[in-house]
Design a protein around this ligand. Structure first.
Ligand code: TLP
Length: 349
């Protein structure tokens, strides 16, 4: 039985080209700035996202944290969407480690933040208020169905903030998925943000690692925060080598993940007892579904699918997430749909 793991694109494994590049990588001590492969990856990443400089970090969570710490001072307030990964899934790091207060504004179903709500959330001069230090956006938006925000949507939030001197950080863990879906360059999507974090270790298949990019001076200070939180990695070129392959060879294939996700969603829509959650449709590699059947509970569905070799993620309240990625072929989508049909029809004895 084939294992069809749709829990996340984080489960992707390094490709043969990555393993070879890792084996062959030229190495040095990156904390001393002497790993040529890391230096090469950082230059390449900066170029791809249209920023002056970039920094290799072990994870997306650390990339967001380091960016937030670099932008803000203790006691500042950070405006984020109420469905943001930074708010929901990063263990409260901005508050715990940064001494920052998080101020949420509601995410629209497509992951957008209403520009006026963001402006309204900015604190004015008042002895009682914490200063607004940063606004964070997310593209694609994980909890909002993997939807991609367009250039115009990004700019409608960023430009008024620029006028007000408030920096914007983009959690672009999957910004390459957004760019592929919208058929634009990441550097265009990131043109009006001050910093961007993106992951090499999701749909792009690198085993470990994310990048933070921004102005030269920002990255110089971010490098110090990376050291502070224990992210200085010495001979990290073994990992960076895979990251270079991720950026040079793995971007275009994301389109296949997106069409597989659409095929999965279309198949699921025809199954009784399953409701598709994405009001805006499936645009990138994520499908969210709710089980509305009274003959099978969410834990029973998870177990029964698992018995068929299909793994999906459970988000609570009957909501499941299925993520397509490299290694999941069109044929696997048919197999997964067959498993869903069997399990939903038969229920659990
Ligand atoms: N998201 C993971 C889980 O944490 C939920 C996943 O499986 O989707 N920003 C966004 C938008 C993310 O989706 C993630 C990972 C991160 C940041 C954090 O990246 P890592 O896992 O590298 O710390």
């Amino acid at each position: 039985m084939k294992n069809i793991d749709l829990r996340s694109d984080t489960v992707t494994l390094p490709t043969p080209a990555m393993r070879k590049a890792m084996y062959d990588a030229e190495l040095g001590d990156d904390v001393m700035g002497e790993d040529p492969t890391v230096n090469g990856l950082e230059a390449l990443a900066a170029e791809k996202v249209g920023k002056e400089a970039a920094l290799f970090v072990p994870s997306g969570t650390m990339g967001n944290l380091v960016s937030i710490l670099t932008h803000c001072r203790r006691g500042d307030e950070v405006i984020v969407g109420d469905q943001a990964h930074i708010f929901i899934f990063e263990v409260g790091a901005a508050s715990v480690l940064g001494g920052l207060q998080v101020h949420t504004v509601p995410n629209e179903p497509n992951g957008m933040l209403d520009p006026q709500s963001v402006i309204d959330a900015i604190r004015g001069e008042n002895i009682h208020f914490p200063p607004t230090g940063l606004v964070c956006l997310e593209n694609t938006h994980n909890k909002c169905g993997g939807w991609a925000l367009t250039l115009e949507q990004m700019d409608s939030v960023c430009l008024p903030l620029k006028e007000r001197g408030i920096p914007v950080h983009l959690d672009g863990a999957r910004v390459f998925n957004a760019a592929v879906a919208l058929e634009v360059e990441v550097k265009e999507l990131a043109r009006n943000v001050d910093s961007v974090m993106f992951c090499l270790s999701k749909g792009l298949c690198a085993p470990v690692g994310s990048m933070v990019a921004g102005r030269e001076e920002f990255i110089r200070r971010a490098r110090k925060y990376r050291k502070m939180v224990g992210g200085g990695m010495r001979q990290a070129g073994v990992l960076a080598a895979a990251g270079i392959v991720a950026l040079t060879e793995m971007v275009d294939q994301l389109a296949e993940d997106h069409s597989n996700a659409r095929a999965l969603a279309e198949g699921l829509m025809g199954i009784e007892g399953i409701r598709l959650e994405q009001r805006h449709g499936v645009q990138t590699n994520m499908t969210f579904l709710t089980v509305v059947a009274d003959w099978i509970t969410p834990p029973e569905l998870l177990t029964a699918l698992g018995g068929e070799g299909v793994k999906v993620g459970y988000y609570g309240k009957g909501v499941f997430r299925a993520v397509t990625h490299h290694g999941i072929e069109e044929e696997d989508i048919h197999l997964a749909l067959e498993a869903f049909r069997r399990v939903m029809k038969e229920g659990v004895a």
